[in-house]
Design a protein around this ligand. Structure first.
Ligand code: HEC
Ligand code: HEC
Length: 369
């Protein structure tokens, strides 16, 4: 399985440089010393060597790291193995040099998000000292896993100035810089490694039926209060949204914006499971385990639904189990129930961004008029 290949690949990153021949690294001394990397794959000393700040070609590894297999489609279902403290220290040292060269201009040398380039940017670089991360596989409010940070560094945040470093930095440098940025916030040392939430390793069919069910979830969970029924971000609550620092934050326009967490179905699924820390975007993990009794008053939905839409909503809610019944299910079945709902939401939100105006067909007020 591809994920397995990746897990092995990640294990290898500690012992072998990346296969990509054209990559450069600011801290690798492989060119000077053909015997490196050592068994740890981290070059001692070079990070503090001022001459090492020049990019140096890395020799291609014999053992190819299978990082690309499946990267574009499915999540790598791995968590790095516990890291040897010595390796960790070396990785951090290397990461510090990577950070200085590639990240500090935006994120600041102290990680506070105030690098010299920051004030010219449309989106503020993250203050890495806060330990509040948007893109995670962990519960709302939790720290990200190393794999989450590595994913972010690799794929960047599309639609913002945060670049994708895949292909520009070796996987080893990316892993190292991840270890380094974790030192900016005391949360990582205090709380220890966070527990990732269960994530699916396959995407189900996101067909018309799924979109239709997803639309129902979108309505019931009131995503539209922020994102609007048409997904343009014009919901009634949108104008008053603030981030954790009290700055206005824009509810996403699914029809225009590139999703920052990535556009793969899994990326959306992940966002729904974990929420977007630091912003009003909630997580829909256990919040999805609500049965028909949770929706006894459907009056609010009249403001956004046509008559047909309301009729379909009533029918669908009546067919739902009771909340108590859902909580009575074995854990795995209950998770499956919530998981289906999240996939349905993925199908619906993707249809909004794809210019698919299916939502208008039954649900918009304009359709009723
Ligand atoms: C050109 C400016 C720029 C550079 C260079 C840059 N970043 Fe960023 N970075 C950003 C911006 C802007 C954001 C915030 C995006 C958002 O909030 O939507 C960000 C966000 C992040 C996040 C937050 C992810 C989360 O889940 O919240 C991490 C981690 C990060 N960057 C790491 C790095 C690392 C590591 C480097 C260097 C290899 C780097 N960045 C280089 C601009 C930059
Ligand atoms: C209280 C307001 C609010 C509600 C309710 C809400 N969102 Fe969001 N959502 C936001 C904000 C604000 C952002 C932007 C986060 C950021 O700045 O990165 C966002 C971001 C997103 C993103 C984009 C993540 C990315 O890749 O950058 C998706 C997808 C999304 N919301 C879907 C939903 C769905 C589906 C629901 C309902 C199940 C929902 N939202 C409910 C406010 C909300």
């Amino acid at each position: 399985m591809r994920c397995g290949a990746f897990a092995i690949g990640l294990g290898l990153l500690l012992v072998a440089p990346q296969s990509d021949a054209q990559e450069t690294t600011p801290v690798d001394s492989a060119a000077e010393d053909p015997a490196t990397p050592d068994a740890n794959g981290v070059n001692e000393g070079s990070a503090t060597d001022p001459s090492a700040s020049q990019p140096v070609e890395v020799e291609p590894a014999e053992e190819a790291v299978q990082q690309d297999a499946g990267w574009d489609e499915e999540p790598p279902a791995f968590e790095p193995r516990p890291i040897d403290p010595v390796l960790l220290a070396m990785g951090r040292q290397r990461g510090a040099a990577v950070y200085r060269t590639y990240c500090s201009s935006c994120h600041g040398s102290r990680g506070d998000g105030r690098g010299p380039a920051a004030r010219f940017l449309s989106v503020a670089p993250r203050d890495l000292t806060a330990g509040v991360y948007k893109w995670r596989t962990t519960a709302s409010g939790s720290l990200p896993t190393d794999a989450d940070l590595l994913r972010t560094v690799r794929q960047g945040a599309p639609g913002t100035p945060m670049p994708a470093w895949e292909g520009r930095l070796s996987i080893r440098d990316m892993w190292s810089v991840v270890q380094y940025i974790k030192t900016f916030s005391p949360r990582f040392a205090e709380e220890g490694p966070p527990e990732p939430l269960p994530m699916p390793d396959q995407t189900p069919a996101l067909d018309r039926a799924a979109r239709r069910r997803g639309r129902l979830v979108y309505v019931l969970l009131q995503c539209w209060t922020c994102h609007g029924m048409d997904g343009t971000g014009n919901g009634p609550a949108a104008a008053s949204l603030l981030d954790d620092n009290g700055n206005p934050v824009v509810a996403y326009d699914f029809t225009q914006n590139t999703l920052r967490a990535g556009n793969r179905p899994f990326d959306l699924y992940r966002t729904f499971t974990s929420g977007v820390n630091g912003t009003p975007m909630p997580s829909y993990d256990e919040a999805l385990i609500v049965g028909r009794d949770g929706f006894s008053d459907l009056g609010t939905f009249e403001q956004v639904l046509s008559e047909e839409g309301m009729a379909e909503l009533r029918r669908s809610v009546a067919a739902m189990p009771l909340t108590e019944e859902l909580w009575g299910l074995p854990e795995s079945e209950r998770q499956l129930w919530a998981s289906r709902r999240r996939w349905d939401l993925v199908a619906y939100v993707r249809s909004l961004s794809g210019g698919d105006s299916f939502w208008q067909y039954l649900w918009s007020r304009s359709h009723a008029n």
